[in-house]
Design a binder for this molecule. Structure first.
Ligand SMILES: Cc1cc2nc3c(=O)[nH]c(=O)nc-3n(C[C@H](O)[C@H](O)[C@H](O)COP(=O)(O)OP(=O)(O)OC[C@H]3O[C@@H](n4cnc5c(N)ncnc54)[C@H](O)[C@@H]3O)c2cc1C
Length: 641
């Protein structure tokens, strides 16, 4: 055992806690045939990470280590650090089976997994390049980007349109209006990152590029992490690049519900086409799909099911396989490499690290915004003829509610849908090495009209261990064979839009969302369908990715899984697609914005982002938001002088 005092890292944990932490790390991620085991390095990196997170993070780390060290006494009579390897594995298994004990173990294991796997040592073991960042691109438009802190707080910025947020909603509206000749100013809470920042690290990505360091979640009958970007380009700068048009049957349903034909398939088609051309959207090529393509094709063809290659906005993709942590080569045509630069080349300005805090209203009309800089907390005023809020489906309604505006209908922050997702992995005989290919390559749309979409979801080496909620030998077995494992995700069209966003403590959003029995039934069915495809394609083992879910090896195991019910807390849910929280409609008493995206209550104030998407899209929503933004830009432009 390393002496913590001697190696100079004895900061957060005392000597006994340090020894316990090293023992726990070794037991949670044991050395495998291929997988390097965790130990001192993971513990010391976790100490640093916990300290950086917050005082609360540091305290939690210390308490978890002490709690688990002493809890082993109940079972074995000895502290965890005093046990031999076999006993440690047994204790971990007992905790994993316990409804109460599995949570502290899960949290501590998550920390060790984060620090252990996001490292060159692990990547070398799998023959994968670790540090992927490309050189920072040299571009003229960077002169149009300012940190809000560099601006003189006393000076009022004047423009035609101020756009809050640089995701697909904001970037497209801003670029289109700049091209129409309007003076556009973007305000973005996050920073501008260039290619050299995107190195494929999940730790860096969550800390720097994600809203709330990727810890935003909804609460109800279970917890669902809700992921969003907070950087120039919004979530498109850290997303998977998958592009679906909104299905016609969804658009027809929205039009029927809203009593309009404004978003009818024929009327939205030209907007889809414009965006698809600009972002060069097309099907993935075989060379970046890899063996998951053969597996899905093989399984589906045996079952007679419809499958497809996913369309993406990455024509020259070189499969760096870390899309969700920022594209190192810039091959994915996200907003930060397309619409934002195009707008800036047309004279638009971009203030980064600047958070819009209030809409400036005079005589019932929006005339600008008040913003605060993220680093120095300077106040900035931007005066404009029109204000476009495009902060995304969670931040936009929070801003409106904090100011208490636009809520005559009582609908601001309501009608949240999450498009909840989960996944199943399969172990095959063939070498797959999905971590060298793109995560979302192919899909199965056989059950799409039932609200179940199955899409590739291959995790890179630093993310995969989080997808498998395993510890100890079970984790090592998976990771030793990870070159022959592939994963498909299930996305479920929400049965209801019962979710709600409210301003929470300390400026953090408070989200509630209740999964309905229909959502659970569809998720279970979707998981079973992936298993059927994988089985038909020759899978040896199946891993439904959930808490206390069995590994499936035999026909009898599969039948048991097929017949069982799943509870909301058993599944490892994630949401990448929050929508709907500033409802669109004709009636100011039941909706927040009209069909031209202007708020009913405050003239000159528009909302153009995921919050105005009328309902669940049943597909990944970025192209829907983009087409709606392209349409909104035309309407807003018509109203400007
Ligand atoms: C990891 C991940 C993977 C995804 N993969 C896909 C995919 O493959 N295909 C797909 O279709 N969809 C995908 N999505 C979803 C998609 O990216 C989002 O639906 C879409 O980007 C939402 O667009 P938006 O304009 O509403 O908000 P966002 O893209 O979230 O952009 C909003 C921006 O506004 C900024 N902002 C917020 N409030 C303020 C404020 N007050 N002041 C200043 N700035 C502010 C934020 O920092 C952010 O940069 C993914 C999402 C994630 C997180």
């Amino acid at each position: 055992m390393n002496d913590p005092e001697a190696n100079g890292h004895h900061k957060l944990l005392n000597t006994s806690q340090y020894r316990a932490a090293v023992a726990l790390a070794r037991a949670i991620i044991p050395q495998g045939r291929r997988l390097p085991g965790a130990g001192v390095r993971a513990v010391e990196a976790s100490e640093r990470l916990a300290e950086e997170m917050s005082a609360g993070g540091a305290m939690l780390f210390r308490q978890l280590v002490s709690l688990l060290d002493w809890l082993a006494v109940v079972q074995t009579g000895s502290r965890f650090q005093k046990l031999g390897p076999v006993q440690r594995e047994e204790v971990l298994r007992t905790w994993d089976r316990s409804a109460l004990m599995r949570w502290p173990l899960f949290v501590l294991a998550g920390l060790f997994k984060s620090t252990h796997f996001d490292h060159k040592e692990v990547y070398d073991a799998y023959d994968v390049e670790y540090d992927k960042g490309g050189p920072a691109e040299k571009v003229r438009w960077v002169s149009q980007v300012h940190s809000g802190d560099d601006w003189d707080p006393g000076e009022i910025v004047e423009c035609d349109v101020v756009v809050v947020g640089t995701g697909p909603g904001g970037a497209i509206v801003g670029k289109e209006l700049a091209e129409q000749g309007h003076a556009v100013v973007f305000v973005e809470e996050g920073r501008l990152y260039r290619r050299d920042a995107f190195k494929g690290s999940v730790l860096t990505a969550h800390e720097k590029f994600y809203r709330g360091q990727a810890k935003v979640a909804s609460w109800g009958n279970t917890m669902v992490p809700v992921l969003m970007g907070r950087l120039v380009g919004g979530s498109t700068a850290i997303n998977t690049g998958t592009c679906f048009r909104t299905p016609d049957w969804i658009l027809d349903q929205w039009c029927e519900d809203m009593g309009t034909d404004e978003l009818a398939p024929d009327r939205l088609r030209p907007h889809f086409e414009r965006v698809e051309r600009a972002l060069q959207i097309g099907p993935n090529e075989d060379k970046i799909i890899g063996p998951i393509g053969d597996i899905v094709a093989r399984g589906c063809e045996q079952l007679g099911w419809s499958h497809f290659k996913v369309n993406r906005n990455a024509p020259d993709c070189d499969a760096q396989s870390c899309c969700d942590f920022g594209c190192p080569s810039g091959a994915r045509l996200s907003m930060d490499v397309t619409y934002i630069p195009m707008a800036l080349e047309r004279g638009a300005l971009l203030f980064t690290e600047t958070k819009a805090t209030r809409v400036w209203i005079e005589n019932g009309r929006a005339v600008g915004i008040e913003a605060r800089t993220v680093v120095r907390d300077h106040k900035i005023h931007i005066r404009a003829q029109a204000v476009v809020l495009a902060g995304g489906a969670i931040p936009t309604p929070v801003l409106l509610q904090e100011q208490g505006i636009c809520n005559l209908s009582g609908q601001v922050g309501r009608n949240l849908s999450l498009h909840p997702g989960a996944a199943v992995s399969g172990l095959f005989d063939e070498v797959i090495e999905g971590y060298k290919k793109i995560p979302q390559a192919v899909g199965i749309d056989q059950f799409h009209r039932q609200g179940i979409l199955l899409l590739g979801a291959q995790g890179g080496l630093n993310f995969a261990p989080h997808m498998f909620p395993y510890c100890g030998q079970r984790l090592t077995d998976v990771m030793d064979n990870y070159d022959r494992i592939t994963t498909m995700g299930v996305l479920v069209k929400d049965a209801t839009q019962n979710g709600r966003v409210r301003p929470g403590l300390g400026g953090e959003p408070l989200l509630t969302y209740w999964l309905q029995p229909e959502d659970l039934e569809k998720m279970h069915r979707g998981m079973v369908h992936i298993m059927e495809v994988f089985r038909a394609a020759g899978a040896r083992k199946l891993y439904p990715l959930g808490h206390r879910m069995p590994v499936i090896e035999t026909d009898a195991d599969f039948e048991r899984f097929r017949k069982r019910r799943v509870g909301p807390t058993e599944i490892m849910w994630t949401s990448f697609h929050p929508l709907g929280t500033s409802r669109m409609g004709a009636n100011p008493y039941t909706s927040v914005v009209g069909f031209d995206h202007e708020t009913h209550d405050v003239k000159g104030l528009y909302v153009v982002d995921g919050s105005t998407v009328p309902g669940p899209t049943a597909v990944n929503p970025q192209l829907t938001i983009m087409a709606m933004a392209d349409r909104a830009a035309k309407r807003i432009g018509e109203k400007l002088d």
